[in-house]
Design a binder for this molecule. Sequence first.
Ligand code: ADP
Length: 220
Amino acid sequence: MKQNFAIVGLGRFGGSICRTLIESGQEVLAIDNNEDRVNEYMNIATHAVVANAQDEMTLRSLGIRNFDHVIVAIGEDIQASILVTLMVKEMGVPSVVAKAQNSYHARVLEKIGADRVVHPERDMGIRIAHNLVSKNILDYLELSDDFSLVEIRVANPKFFNKSLLELNFRQRFGLTVVAIRRSNGEVVVSPDANEFVRENDNLLVIGETDDVDVLDEKMN
Ligand code: ADP
């Protein structure tokens, strides 16, 4: 279904959201107060305008309240990010995603009603660090304080050529395998208990972070 998006701030973060949305066929209004940035997106976004989003009248005249999603991708200027998030929420936009610079900023954005607060530098840092400390964890996504989704390489021969049932995966580790990525690139989504785990497979598992750590140790 086609939805419409407005992005405030066309830095690296807002810019990459804009390109990806357009590639997936969505309509995007791109807003930035920097004319050069707007020129860069003139032929990419559905519409691109030079505007100061901190000005309420400007936001109203752009019809911001009619958008399904607004992404507040303002970088350094925390005050502007907070003010714009507050205004678009007050105008009744149902889905507001805001980028936080630090954890205090994130808390304020959550308090004033941002539907989703993202912290790209911190989140990417966590993902990279987990990948660096474990030789088998290929990707790591923190879902909450306690839960994670990880992609882990099947490195221990004890796991080779056994079904998930034989491995007693859920009971033994308390984790759910949501997909198996085979070495030939094939992905088995939502594998059933009879699916076999093979050497060089990657497992996408979801569960409590403590349980993920136990599985990671068992892979060595
Ligand atoms: P990133 O880390 O994503 O590259 P930047 O700080 O480079 O972040 O980008 C943020 C963008 O937001 C800049 O292009 C800046 O011009 C824009 N911006 C900042 N304040 C406003 C505002 N009040 N109205 C519109 N755009 C803004």
